[in-house]
Write a protein that binds this ligand. Sequence first.
Ligand SMILES: [Zn+2]
Length: 390
Amino acid sequence: MITVGGIGTRQNWRQTLLIIFILTLACAGLNGQTSQKAPNGVNADASSKWKRTLAGTPAQPQTKVADRDWPGQEGAASVCLWHDDSLAAFSYTIDDNNAMDIPWWTATADKYKIKLTWFVITGGIGVPGGRLAQAGKWEDWRKVYAMGHDVQSHTVDHMSKETTLPHDQEYGDSQKVIEKNIPGDRCLCLAYPGGGRANDNAIAIKYYVSCRGGVPAINVPGKTPYEQAHNTSQGIVMDPNNKQCVQACLDPKSPLYRGWYCGLTHYVGNHEDAKKMLTDGFDFVTSKPGNFWVGRYRDIVLYGMERDTDKLQSRMVSSGKYELTLTCEMDPAIFDFPLTVKLRINERAKTITATQDGKPINARVIENAGQKFALVEVVPNRGLAMVDAK
Ligand SMILES: [Zn+2]
């Protein structure tokens, strides 16, 4: 409520109206900023208010990179840059099937407790007489998926010059056949192949929410081009003199601080040097909990786009009881990965429980500088989350 001078004179009413007008403009400006947070959204369809991807390199950062946030008063909350308030994000991807390497990859992933993403060429999978050792059988990919890893698309025929399949078939048919043969798998991401013919962003994003492109770089939160996200095909770069070194994601002085590192490998086979490069890299990214969120490619892009368009409101009902309302601009039919919300809670709290839309959700208590916070996993656009700290 704003009071301006005394009430009763024409002069004062004019002033009041003027101030209301200025405030309205200011609010419109703020709303403008909120929508500019995601200037490149592609709508789910012409009539939908939801976006199905954020395409193009954003002209303005959609998210500001800063150090970890510690909300200052009980009941205040913010969305963490990455899942579980990790400093940075890391995904590892494998192209061109290379099914002969599956046992090595899955054993290595188990050792480090990480999940991987395979981008598979679907055309040769399970085809007798073909290159089955490399392409694999659908049964192999179902097993990989059941272990918690991801199987996404690298097209039907790698954009090969010989078969010249139209783009719609390369992108669309591979998605269909993956979802048909791996029940439960949602094929939302594509890795552009380098088979000789040019890829087409505009066609690809009709089918996918994100495509892994060919630019060798680390992705910066807020400036990530989701329709051709950067990757590092040199594997896990540890040489500090290399621009793409993974350590940059943890270096507050680097412009890549808190970035998303997406590595890529093709064939490993018996190359001991490649295996050592990978295990040294996995040793580094998993060595300190909280440094890297090691996630599947798909989960990282879902988190990123939800975060880039999020809106969070928190409310303290009474000390120890809080409400969180989290929305985002992305299509809820696709975007269902929880964002980590950090909520300042009562310092005497020992345990925490949380629900969203009446169902239990994950939450845990952490401490910083003698103050207590809850990390709560809230899916945007899925109703009110309630947090109870005792
Ligand atoms: Zn390839």
